[in-house]
Ligand binder design. Structure first.
Ligand SMILES: Cc1ncc(COP(=O)(O)O)c(C=O)c1O
Length: 1010
């Protein structure tokens, strides 16, 4: 709302200070003016703590002041815990008041203004309205002001002439018409009470930001000057109207707000039916008044800004059908989203067996296809759109099953649907989402197969949906059977003849042929089938209706389109998919029971991931995530060439290395060719841990010693022997480091012993290796070529060669752990150690993670001399290591890195991303350091740039918030404050730009600035 600048009192700070002393006997150490709309408010610092002195504006009547004062006293008595101002004193005329001070930031300035925060607003308002029930005051009845909800229609009418432009007129008229037709009839039945009536973002205060955005508290509700007696639900409608300002997805806010309110003051169904349109009417009142005021004050820029936000909010509300919004809000309060759906479902169940068949084949003989996100029926999400590939696959499956009919399931999350991504309601618009939930049943049959009406109806629409919804020719019938709510049946992907054969409005008999299954591409271009859907509410659409809903509004879509199996006599166990919300919960429970508790999950709310493709992962509902952390899927998740290589070899032979086989030799040759001489002898194992274990055994065999020098913060594997040499684990809870392990300082030149500004830092860090070796009995210096668990650290230039010199001088073998960083990730070179100069050549290299793109393959490559020392004792045997399947997969990974130019891509995209990260560091106090090579990068989160004090809480906040944006990251480093980035190398510049944009937004949020 706009300030009534002309009508506010005008006291100076000195006047206020004097008034506080004269009236209330208060000594003030400091006095400051607070922003206020109609009154004038001062913050007083007093020996009693901070207090607010409020001076009523001349437009405020004594009666209204009395209304406010009595309401505050009423609340203080009945709900003293509510964060509203307490009246501590007043002047005899009631126009100067002393109020308690409520700490906090105005909600309008909170970042993020998350939907969860609005859940708390709703709860506060619900509690407030519960406390106020029974409160009465003469001044609250029939107040003569524009914000009385009962006067909304009249106010809008009076000022609509000031609204510029036909589009805006039309928008306001639309909501006025809806108000008249949908809300006015409900008004007599709505509960009434006196309520606050102005819970806008500037009257609500939030507490300090918390590590989890959704945990932030609402600490205050101010300004009771607009209180009125009217329909109580308008309290919520006002908060909703202002809550959606600047929100990409109004329903996300609305749903949380309404649910929060309902939990504290249960809403009736008529209240829920009215609230969305009442909110829109509040915005209409606001824009009409602003337009009117603007004619009076054309130069006031504030008016224009607030008016624009209100228009934008109204425009967004208009994009949502009000009955869809109503359904979402009903669901948020535990009511069936569509009120008529339960009755329809009961009716369909009671008539089971009475409907005519949809097609000429008995559907109980149908083969049920799995077209879900995680289905193995297709190799990549893109393939599901490839009709030429999908058609023969589905039809041959039907033939194999000895049938000529197949079913595609209802309530199944699919990746079939392209279309533009839209803002997701569940994430408050931050995570782009596509429609994924199939809300119909597909019946696959040969093109030309007849399709019949299961029950009598009237043609609602015959329409070619090819352009917009991809259903091709579609028929929609309307049914109004006795004893059931009116509903519709939709038949999509038909042959085009139906377009001429059926006319809108024509009666259709039970069992009448309404068309035939169409053939691609004329059927909307998907394998031949009829998409059969029940629709309980067409939402005023003609011949088109969504056949697929969004995962974030799943329940609403399923209520709009209940299970067609009920009408077709298909058992829900066959027709329907599982309910994912239940499933994720069940998986968590099952996991707790069946797996060891030391196995951890990522994120506060864990993800159920069922598919990967390239740089993306997909959850069970088809939500797409950008994978920034999985360096194992080196060439991209489920890379078709790698998958094919494994499958091909698996169909022929998989056995151990005790027979001659060419694959292992071809692979050994290819691997050795990537390394400098004399690194040429390969050993194949199944994990990075096995590789490091073997490397240590070799070093010990070669040197006859036991000791190992490792870096602080390092992790080298999960066996007992490697935990002992991994300070990352052994130096923490539950570990005891053996005395043969020597730990040298991590060469972290951002926060370590020697810093970047010291040109001799590499030598100084390396000198610690020499010092550690002086104790004697050192078999190996084991070191990653860039530090991963250590916190994405790039070794200072020259460190490795200097450290290797020290180690070798003490007779130790140098092992480069390339498990994380090898295979071209660093961009400029194939191996991490090569970035340290030509003289940094290790004696043993260990490899893992990316080597098999997810297949359990790992390797050790060493010199002929060390291999010979190791051969001096017992035989080395590894059941799975080096089997033909693993080797073919390893070869395919090398081929893809070469053929797709992934090393060069890592260099180019990595440089782009790194420069962007460096810019973030320049702009954001919490971003202490950006570093890395190629696509192995880290962003270090700190308390402040000056202190460089690590902030794990900030890092984990950023990781959780980036997940809300659909980007998966994780933290590492000894202080868990480094965000690690090591995506599959298929990661592109567009992906990098998206990540940077999200970082920019998240780093600007309050928790990172507090
Ligand atoms: C640097 C390094 N070496 C070795 C390993 C052990 O590999 P794996 O988990 O395959 O046994 C890891 C695993 O995270 C690692 O990061």
């Amino acid at each position: 709302m706009a300030p009534h600048a002309a009508t506010r009192p005008r006291l100076t700070i000195e006047d206020a200070r004097r008034l506080a002393f004269d009236r209330f006997g208060l000594e003030t150490s400091e006095t400051a003016e607070l922003p206020s709309e109609r009154d004038q408010n001062f913050l007083l610092r007093t020996p009693r703590g901070p207090l607010v002195l409020e001076l009523a504006g001349p437009t405020e009547s004594d009666a209204v002041k009395d209304l406010e004062n009595r309401a505050l006293a009423w609340i203080a008595e009945r709900a003293p815990e509510l964060p509203v101002p307490q009246l501590l004193g007043q002047s005899p005329d009631g126009r100067a008041r002393l109020l308690s001070y409520l700490p906090g930031t105005v909600l309008a300035e909170a970042r993020p203004r998350s939907p969860a925060l609005f859940g708390r607003v709703g709860e506060l308002l619900g509690r407030l309205d519960t406390a106020l029930s029974g409160f009465r005051h003469a001044a609250a009845v029939g107040r003569d002001f524009a914000w009385d909800p009962a006067r909304a229609a009249e106010v809008v009418d009076r000022h609509r002439a000031a609204i510029a432009g036909p589009a805006r007129h039309e928008l306001v008229s639309r909501f006025q018409a809806l108000y008249t037709s949908e809300v006015v009839p409900l008004l007599p039945g709505l509960p009434r009470s006196v309520f606050h009536n102005d819970a806008n973002d500037y009257n609500l205060l939030v507490g300090p930001p918390t590590g989890a955005a959704e945990d932030r508290a609402i600490t205050g509700l101010l300004d009771f000057g607009d209180m009125v007696e009217s329909w109580t639900v308008c309290e919520l409608a006002v908060a909703l109207a202002y809550g959606i300002f600047g929100q990409a997805e109004p329903l996300a806010v609305a749903r949380r707000l309404v649910a929060g309110y309902h939990a504290a003051r249960p809403l009736s169904e008529p209240e829920l039916d009215a609230v969305w349109i009442l909110a829109a009417m509040r915005l209409c009142t606001s824009v009409a008044l602003s337009a009117h005021r603007r004619t009076a004050e054309p130069d006031n820029p504030y008016l224009l800004v607030s008016e624009d936000s209100a228009w934008e909010a109204l425009g967004r509300m208009a994009e949502i059908h009000p009955r869809f919004a109503r359904a979402v809000l009903r669901h948020a309060c535990g009511f069936p989203p569509c009120p008529q759906t339960p009755a329809l479902e009961r009716w369909l169940r009671s008539r089971r067996g009475e409907f005519a068949p949809l097609v000429d084949v008995d559907l109980s003989r149908a083969v049920v296809f799995d077209l879900s996100v995680g289905s193995p029926e297709f190799r990549t999400p893109a393939e599901t759109l490839d009709t030429a590939a999908m058609t023969p696959r589905l039809f041959s499956k039907m033939r194999e099953a000895g049938t000529n009919v197949g079913i595609g399931r209802y309530d199944e999350a699919r990746l079939v649907y392209g279309g533009d991504a839209f803002a997701s309601a569940s994430s408050g618009g931050e995570h782009p989402e596509r429609r994924t939930i199939h809300i119909a049943l597909d019946v696959f049959m040969e093109p030309g197969s007849a399709v019949y009406a299961p029950l009598a109806g009237r043609v609602h629409a015959v329409h070619d949906n090819a352009a917009r919804f991809d259903y091709g020719p579609t028929v929609i019938l309307e049914h109004a059977p006795e004893g059931a709510p009116r509903f519709y049946t939709l038949y999509g992907h038909l042959a085009p003849d139906c377009l001429n054969e059926l006319a809108r409005g024509a009666e259709v008999a039970r069992g009448q042929r309404i068309g035939a299954i169409g053939a691609p591409p004329g059927n909307g271009d998907w394998p031949p089938h009829v998409h059969f859907q029940i629709v309980t509410d067409m939402l005023d659409r003609g011949g088109e209706f969504h056949g697929v809903g969004s995962a974030s509004e799943r329940a609403t879509w399923l209520s709009l389109s209940p299970d067609p199996g009920l009408l077709l006599g298909v058992d829900p166990a066959r027709s329907g998919f599982r309910a994912p919300a239940e499933t994720s919960e069940r998986l968590s429970e099952e996991r707790r029971r069946r797996l060891g508790p030391s196995l951890s999950l990522s994120y506060r709310r864990p993800l159920e991931i069922v598919r990967g493709a390239g740089t993306h992962l997909y959850d069970e509902a088809g939500r797409e995530f950008l994978d920034m952390v999985n360096n194992v899927a080196h060439v991209g998740h489920a890379h078709p060439r790698v998958v094919a290589a494994g499958a091909r070899q698996m169909t022929v032979l998989n056995t151990n290395t005790r027979y001659l086989h060419p694959s292992i030799l071809r692979y050994a040759e290819r691997l050795a060719a990537t390394l400098p001489e004399p690194l040429s002898v390969c050993f194949f194992v199944c994990s990075g841990s096995e590789a490091n274990e073997l490397a240590l055994r070799m070093a010990r065999a070669h040197t006859g010693r036991r000791g190992v020098i490792v870096l602080g913060g390092a992790y080298h594997g999960n066996t007992q022997g490697l935990i002992d040499v991994s300070p990352y684990k052994v130096d923490r809870r539950g570990g005891t480091r053996p005395e043969y392990v020597r730990v040298v300082p991590m060469p972290d030149d951002y926060r370590g012993l020697y810093r970047r500004e010291d040109p001799a830092r590499a030598d100084k860090f390396a000198a610690h290796v020499g010092e550690a070796a002086r104790g004697g009995d050192i078999a190996a210096f084991l070191c990653e070529s860039l530090l991963s668990c250590g916190g994405q650290i790039v070794l200072p230039p020259g460190y490795l060669s200097a450290a290797y010199l020290h180690a070798r001088a003490a007779g130790a073998v140098c092992i480069a752990d390339e498990v994380q960083v090898g295979f071209g990730r660093v961009g400029s070179h194939f191996w991490g150690f090569q970035t340290q100069g030509a003289d940094a050549v290790p004696d043993i290299v260990t490899m893992g993670k990316p080597i098999g793109n997810g297949h359990p393959l790992a390797a050790v490559v060493t010199t002929p001399a060390i291999a010979a020392s190791f051969a001096g004792g017992m035989e080395y045997f590894n059941t799975f290591g080096g089997n033909p399947v693993s080797c073919e997969i390893g070869l395919a990974v090398l081929d893809v890195i070469r053929d797709e130019g992934l090393q060069a891509r890592a260099l180019a995209v990595g440089s782009f991303l790194r420069s962007g990260l460096e810019r973030l560091v320049e702009r954001h106090e919490a971003a202490g350091d950006a570093r890395g090579l190629g696509l192995f990068l880290g962003l270090e989160l700190v308390e402040s740039k000056g202190s460089r004090a690590p902030s794990a809480a900030r890092a984990s906040y950023v990781v959780e918030r980036m997940k809300d944006h659909g980007i998966l990251l994780s933290t590492d480093g000894p202080d868990r404050n480094v965000i690690k980035m090591k995506p599959p190398l298929s990661f592109g510049e567009g992906d990098a730009a998206r990540v940077l944009a999200s970082f920019e937004r998240v780093l600007s949020e309050d928790f990172l600035r507090s």
